[in-house]
Design a protein around this ligand. Structure first.
Ligand SMILES: [Zn+2]
Ligand SMILES: [Zn+2]
Length: 280
């Protein structure tokens, strides 16, 4: 892995490989940081906090600026400061007592290696999409199982359903069991595809962003589900409806599994008022 970087590029498009080389060269200058056992937990927590922040600001302003309310999926609901603080405290606690030890174990068993060459840009793009599809599939199955088996729901998934109306900081408000499985599904997807470390990082960043956006409680003009055509991607309205109605939309991102299993439900358009507030 060390010594002179091998710049020979076999088989694939030279232009596409070279596109990411400067970025990858920069990432490699941070090798000491990336190879530290603290890196995964710092990386995931920092990104999570950074992605939540704009939505927290939006939550603050949308209660004061009426024009912003129209972007809220459930305009009548706003998270209180107490709800947000509770989520932050729980997230920090879980990162320290659970995610940190697990990522250190992962770091020990699967040491990070940083190859000299950057991945091919089109391959990176394709791999990230496949990773997202795999993650979506794994979580769909896990999620469905944890709704269909009452014992599993009660003990492991109910915590995440505390919030009937989602907000960014409620994304990781979940049991340790659920967080560990989410982490496992995210970690295993790029391993299965033998992804380049830069692809793996891009997937993690995308995955954290999409999970926060899913729970943001906002349907913004640039939201991912508006950018993906043909309703293939459910996004925030889709997942918010899962929190509201429980029996629909088990896949976190895409809509094909729910469509196939007959569990797809589309968000109520217009004023976004919920049809019925579930009791459990
Ligand atoms: Zn659920
Ligand atoms: Zn959720």
């Amino acid at each position: 892995t060390s010594g002179k970087p091998n710049r020979e590029i076999p088989h694939c498009d030279r232009q596409s490989v070279l596109a990411l080389q400067p970025l990858w060269d920069f990432v490699r200058t941070q090798e000491a940081l990336i190879k530290s056992p603290f890196f995964p937990v710092l990386f995931s927590f920092t990104l999570y906090a950074a992605f939540c922040l704009p939505f927290v600001a939006l939550d603050f302003f949308s209660t004061r600026v009426p024009a912003l309310k129209k972007y809220k999926i459930q305009p009548q609901m706003s998270p209180t400061l107490g709800m947000m603080v509770l989520c932050v405290v729980q997230t920090i606690y879980h990162h320290i007592v659970c995610i940190f030890p697990v990522t250190v174990a992962h770091w020990y068993w699967r040491p990070v290696s940083l190859p000299a060459l950057a991945p091919d840009l089109s391959k990176l793009f394709l791999d990230v999409i496949i990773c997202l599809l795999l993650f979506d599939f794994f979580y769909f199955l896990w999620h469905l199982l944890h709704h269909k088996v009452p014992w599993l729901y009660k003990n492991f998934h109910k915590v995440h359903h505390k919030h009937v109306s989602t907000f960014a900081l409620s994304t990781q408000y979940a049991s340790v069991w659920e967080l560990l499985w989410l982490g496992f599904f995210a970690a295993v997807s790029p391993v299965l595809l033998k992804c380049h470390p830069l692809t793996e990082m891009t997937f993690f960043i995308t995955n954290i962003w999409l999970s926060v956006e899913d729970h943001s409680g906002y349907d913004l003009p640039w939201s991912t589900h508006k950018l993906v055509p043909w309703g293939l991607y459910g996004g925030a309205p889709h997942h918010d409806l899962h929190h509201l109605k429980f029996k629909f939309n088990y896949a976190p991102y895409f809509t094909h599994w729910d469509r196939l299993f007959g569990t797809l439900s589309h968000a109520v358009s217009g004023d976004g008022a919920p049809a019925k507030t579930p009791k459990e």
